[in-house]
Design a protein around this ligand. Sequence first.
Ligand code: ADP
Ligand code: MG
Length: 696
Amino acid sequence: MRPEILFPYFASLETLPGIGRKTAVLCEKLCGPAVIDLLCHMPNGVIDRRLKTKIADAPDGAVVTLEVKAVEHFPPHTRKSPYKVMCEDDSGEVSVVFFHAFGDYPAKALPVGEPRLISGKAERFGAQNGRLQMLHPDYIVPVTESEKIPAIECVYPLTAGISGKTLNKAVRTALEKAPALPEWQDAEMMRRENRESFSASMKTLHMPENESDLAKSGTARARLAYDELLANQLALCLVRRNMRRLPGRSVKAAGNLRNAVLKSLPFSLTSAQRRVISEIDEDMAAPSRMLRLVQGDVGSGKTIVALFAMLTAVEAGHQAALMAPTDILANQHFEKISALAAAAGVSCVLLTGRNKGKKRDEILENIRSGQAQIVIGTHALFQDDVFFKDLALTVVDEQHKFGVHQRLALSAKSGAGDMLVMTATPIPRTLALTYYGDMEVSRIDELPPGRKPIATRVLPASRLDEVADALARALAEGNKAYWVCPLVEESEKIDLAAAEERYEYLKARFGNRVVLAHGKMKAAEKDEAMNRFASGGADILVATTVIEVGVDVPAATVMIIEHAERFGLAQLHQLRGRIGRGTKESSCLLLYADPLSETAKARLKVMRETQDGFLIAEEDLTLRGAGEVLGTRQSGLEEFKIADLSVHGDLLKTARNDAKYIVNVDPELQTQRGRALRLLLYLFRKDEAVQTLRSG
Ligand code: ADP
Ligand code: MG
């Protein structure tokens, strides 16, 4: 239950003056439903109204505050013309202009002959130091009420229907209503970093005295970013500790099964594979539960690493399971793994949603009796009627879309077992912490030797004919090519049209050596197209991104991607990973549509310069920010409101250590700081983490 002191922070926005039902609905879309959400809606600039000048001295285009008297009113002649009020001071004249003035507002706001302060953007029209004009002043107040004009006002990201003024006012009252909270940050660090309290920092950010108060690297923003990051890391640590509290067991083996498999391999393991395997061994041997993520680029050899972990479980007399996200991938894993495991005499079974009736019963019986030592499948593995004799290890493949909660649920089903998660999505180190902070992370950061680098070129789409010429030459040398068409997320229809149009264009030139595959085709048609490309007469596969997962055609050495600027770099990297699998040189052409923004240019340059998935992901993070890199909106992963990891990456590391320390010395958050930290968790909506504590 949320503590009472936080109630004002979670009051609905409608409770703020100036925010009615309609505005509240708009605000909720903009930042969230409660006062705390409004406070976490960060300003991205300021309007400085401190410049008070005479009319004659007002610079063109600046925001100024003037003291003026109205001389004469000029109501509009027609509905479309503006309402003008001529005003003056002892230095000159300014015309104040209103479009669509509401009723007699101008007459009331600027009565003739009475002094008023007006504040807004002033512009000059006409030749040299021409006539001054102010369109819709932001403020018009009597001179006795000058305090109603804020010296410095924040600029917020807005949405249609909400003005900056409304938001400023709402935030100010929110600041007044939100009570000061006990400090949850370490006093020593606060002193060292010169940080102020949570409320004081909120105030500095929303009521700045200088533009520099808003800087992301400034003390106020850093303090709040740190709060947000600490809440995230502490929550993950608590969840992890909770999981570890569940009984685990020590699983170890001499390595006989592994040795048998190693002997059958035509290669030796890379040092990265050996390192990761020993990290896993250590976890499995420990009496607590393993929860470890293995990150490794496509082709880095994750399968063998997973198999070795499973063999340890089997040799120790238990079972192991591997869960893949789709039937196709489960099948692929089964074929690879059962072939390797056979060398050690280990029995594997496959269980997917496709198994029905008697066949399924048979498989289930094998799993129940323990005869099946390694079980591979989809989520069908964890249905209610699947019973393992003795499951010691679960490997989950490619599940970066899995949230903490699903991982918790899965591990509950796997009894006291260890869990290994494998992903090919290169996630920058900093982000890995925020999403997988509840897991240990191992990286296979080395590819097996002998892979040929892929030559990557970046070209404007206007050179399409040249590209087709180059393609013709490549085909003449016996190569095959992928041609990936634009990705317009909002509209599948446009995607298809683009792919079909390109297919026609290429067919006109290359005839029936071209095939088309896209997500809207019937499975059989698609399979046929893929098969013709993989082993038949077709040499060009035109596709939308359906080829992203699970296609393996070693003879394909050319990858052409249109509108490369629209893809995430991680996705481009995965697509490019489809080539360079055989012994021939491969090349990738990234086509873009002009004009290209600076960021887009820089991103494509990264693709040209490196093939290291992790480096690409790090660069993408710096160039675009976290939300976009992972597509967090679609994946449901958490987004930060205050912290910006391209600026606050170091804070995240500190928060990580701090969280570990806290959970070590004060696991139930009982000390004075611990109690304050509970508030922090609630404030950032980590209620589930608080619920793992013994006493609320
Ligand atoms: P991924 O990490 O994408 O799952 P795989 O495990 O499928 O990669 O391995 C890709 C290919 O590399 C497989 O054909 C595998 O046999 C091979 N491979 C794995 N490890 C090595 C190694 N140490 N040396 C050479 N080839 C290897
Ligand atoms: Mg794999």
